[in-house]
Design a protein around this ligand. Structure first.
Ligand code: ADP
Ligand code: MG
Length: 208
């Protein structure tokens, strides 16, 4: 059985990742693929327990170090229980956030040493890196305004302040520049239909 494909969607709050992850899953199913649509933090029962403590509560509830360890603990469970088995049977896996969120949130925006994150990543993700990462780019204020309209649930990271979210946007852009073989920047400041058209073009070009 051919290994499936692994696509991750990354970017700041309210950029449209979850909206487009659902659309991409539908479109790939329509052309006949088995699709596993999942998310981080979370995606497996154990990782969803960790999600609860990561996305709720006060913005400063965890230090960047503790946050990174919790994220990679959740990611390890998610990979072993859901992502790796799905890829092994040939499914296409779409994850709404993955390891670049650790690099951007705890690293670029949170100030954690990138070498620490890369050490965790080698041990936990290893060879199972995404085949394609779509990085949604939107001014931080616009994303936060969209996210605020969504309500107060799971809003811990939204509470980290404007400067944090500006560093986050720059952090994601830097990841895209550093890994052009894997990452494509998506201009998220457009209608949902226009964003999806761009994504579908990129997915066909890169993974056809
Ligand atoms: N292209 C878009 N233009 C305007 N609003 C959007 C767009 N895409 C999503 N939204 C809306 O913005 C909010 C955040 O979208 P969502 O997909 O949940 O973002 P994310 O998962 O990146 O935080 C939702 O209310 C959604 O309906
Ligand atoms: Mg979302």
């Amino acid at each position: 059985m051919t290994r499936g494909r692994f696509i991750t969607l990354e970017g700041g709050e309210g950029a449209g990742k979850s909206t487009q992850a659902r659309r991409l899953a539908e479109a790939l199913r329509a052309v006949g693929h088995e699709v596993v649509l999942t998310r981080e933090p979370g995606g497996s029962p154990g990782a969803e327990v960790l999600r609860e403590v990561l996305v709720n509560g006060a913005a400063d509830r965890w230090t960047p170090t503790a946050e990174a360890l919790l994220m990679y603990a959740a990611r390890s469970d998610h990979l072993d229980r859901l992502i790796r088995p799905a890829l092994a049977r040939g499914a296409w896996v779409i994850s709404d956030r993955f390891a670049d969120s650790s690099r951007a949130y705890q690293g670029a925006a949170g100030g954690l040493d990138p070498a620490f994150i890369e050490a965790l990543d080698r041990g936990v993700v290893g060879e199972d890196q995404p085949d394609l990462t779509l990085i949604f780019d939107l001014p931080a204020s616009a994303g936060l305004a969209r996210a605020a309209d969504r309500g107060a649930a799971e809003a811990r990271f939204e509470g980290k302040g404007a400067a944090f979210h500006e560093r986050l946007r720059e952090g994601f852009a830097a990841i895209a520049r550093a890994h052009p073989e894997r990452c494509v920047m998506i201009d998220a400041d457009a209608t949902p239909d226009a964003v999806f058209d761009r994504i579908w073009t990129v997915v066909r070009e890169r993974l056809a």
